[in-house]
Write a protein that binds this ligand. Structure first.
Ligand code: MN
Ligand code: MN
Length: 458
């Protein structure tokens, strides 16, 4: 092929043995994060602990930031801002921002969840984010979350992850009796009110005089003994049902990695490790691990919260500048996954404009749907600036849209940051089976995204 034509690069094809080793070693660190951080609370706590090891200190409003500071703002235990105030004048250089999210699609318990039906205790649920409901039946599930008790204490719950823990379950029909269900459109196979979690099957039989010898009562008894909770406490709880298994290498060559919640921990991990590993950068850097991206970035812990601009205001004060000036010079990578090209389902993708696994960091100029609706559509100039930095640092990257025109679409946090007059583009790891209970990525892409983030911060 002539030098005039554009061609994607396969990361593994280009990698020497040292680079291949670096790719595989880096993925091992990520596995710990993705397994330990299955909810935004757990991912946030994990990242806070990592930041503290790197010398980051908690920041509270009222404190004054200064050059050289390394701080974190732990927002309600679900959303984390890491800030390194650099030596370079941020009134001219702005802030280098990498914004990822740590919430993932899952199934949440309702506020009055417990009931019994025909001798089985269940929990009612309301799913969180865009799931394909049928994928969540007949797999082992774990229960994670927090319960606020009457006495003000908060109990952290994590059941189903230890080898000896029980798991939970959503049932589906046996094929023998599923003729009617099979005839339904796939999306209607299981309805929202069918996602009921199996909790128990043994009646409470200890107290003979007790008239409430029910399975539900027995579950309540166990919950009370183990966590000191009563049924009313569910009103003040956030309980999340997530897959109970851990990350696993996929395929004979182990190039791929499967896990629950790659979207978007697969970009959060390279975001904060790139920050730590570019310790000597002169720039002021902010890494955001946002919550609520999967349901529209709303609320106190979502990217649309004023907290983001409040923190930028604090940085502006360090450099005796205005927030407007700081933002005008800032740049942001919206670090989120994109849809990897799946050879099993080529019909939904347009081959020239898809991100391919193991072909590097996937840059998405625009997201949205139906004529780029709802997308920030990054400037050619900003992408050109990135291309130069990536070329200087030998980063393998590619571009990819989410599917063919008018087939579907999606959004990220990018537009909320771009709306604040900050150049922003989406870049991240291409994913197969996005939002499923077991998503798959290429370790080469994970590593290349990490290198791309380092090049951006440097
Ligand atoms: Mn995402
Ligand atoms: Mn998502």
């Amino acid at each position: 092929m002539s030098d005039l034509a554009y061609k994607r690069t396969n990361v593994f094809e280009k990698a020497d043995d040292a680079k291949k080793k670096a790719i595989f070693d880096y993925a091992e660190g990520y596995k710990v994060f993705v397994d330990e951080g299955k909810t935004e609370r757990e991912a946030c706590a994990f990242a806070v602990a990592e930041a503290e090891k790197q010398g980051y200190k908690p920041f509270a409003f009222g404190q004054k930031l200064k050059k050289g500071d390394k701080v974190y703002y732990n927002n309600r235990g679900k959303n984390l801002y890491l800030i390194k105030v650099g030596e370079a004048d941020a009134s001219k250089e702005g802030v280098r921002i990498i914004a990822s999210h740590i919430d993932s699609p899952r199934i949440d318990l309702k506020q009055v969840p417990l009931y019994e039906s025909d001798g089985v205790a269940f929990a009612k649920t309301h799913y969180y984010g865009g799931i394909r409901k049928y994928q969540w039946a007949a797999i082992p599930l774990a229960l994670h979350g927090a319960i606020s008790l009457r006495d003000g204490n908060v109990v952290q719950v994590k059941i189903g992850e230890d080898q000896n823990d029980p798991v939970f379950y959503i049932s589906d029909l046996l094929p023998h009796l599923a003729a009617k269900q099979n005839a339904k459109p796939l999306g209607e196979g299981l309805g929202g009110e069918d996602l009921n979690i199996w909790l128990g099957n043994m009646p409470y039989t200890l107290a003979e005089e007790d008239k409430d010898k029910t399975v539900k009562e027995n579950v309540l008894r166990i919950l009370n003994e183990k966590y000191g909770i009563v049924e009313e406490d569910f009103l003040c709880a956030e309980l999340c049902v997530v897959p109970a298994y851990k990350a696993k290498d996929v395929g004979f060559d182990r190039a791929l990695l499967g896990a629950y919640g790659h979207d978007d921990r697969i970009c959060s991990y390279p975001a904060y490790t790139a920050l730590f590993d570019e310790e000597n950068s002169k720039h002021t850097v902010m890494v955001v691990l946002a919550d609520k991206e999967e349901i529209g970035s709303e609320g106190t812990t979502g990217m649309q919260c004023a907290l983001f601009s409040d923190l930028l205001d604090e940085i502006a004060r360090v450099f005796d500048t205005t927030s407007a000036c700081l933002r005008a010079h800032s740049k942001c990578l919206s670090a989120d996954v994109n849809a990897g090209f799946d050879p099993n389902f080529p019909e939904v993708s347009e081959k020239m404009n898809s991100a391919y696994l193991s072909h590097g960091a996937g840059l998405t100029k625009f997201t949205g749907s139906r004529g780029k609706g709802g997308s920030n559509d990054a400037d050619a100039e900003f992408i050109g600036w990135l291309r130069t930095r990536f070329a200087e640092n030998g980063i393998v990257w590619q571009t990819g849209e989410m599917g063919k025109v008018d087939v579907g679409g999606g959004g990220t946090v990018a537009k909320y940051i771009a709306n604040m007059n900050i150049d922003t583009v989406d870049i991240g790891v291409p994913v197969i089976s996005m939002h499923s209970p077991f998503e798959v990525i290429s370790k080469a892409d994970l590593y290349e995204v990490y290198l791309a983030f380092r090049a951006f911060i440097k």
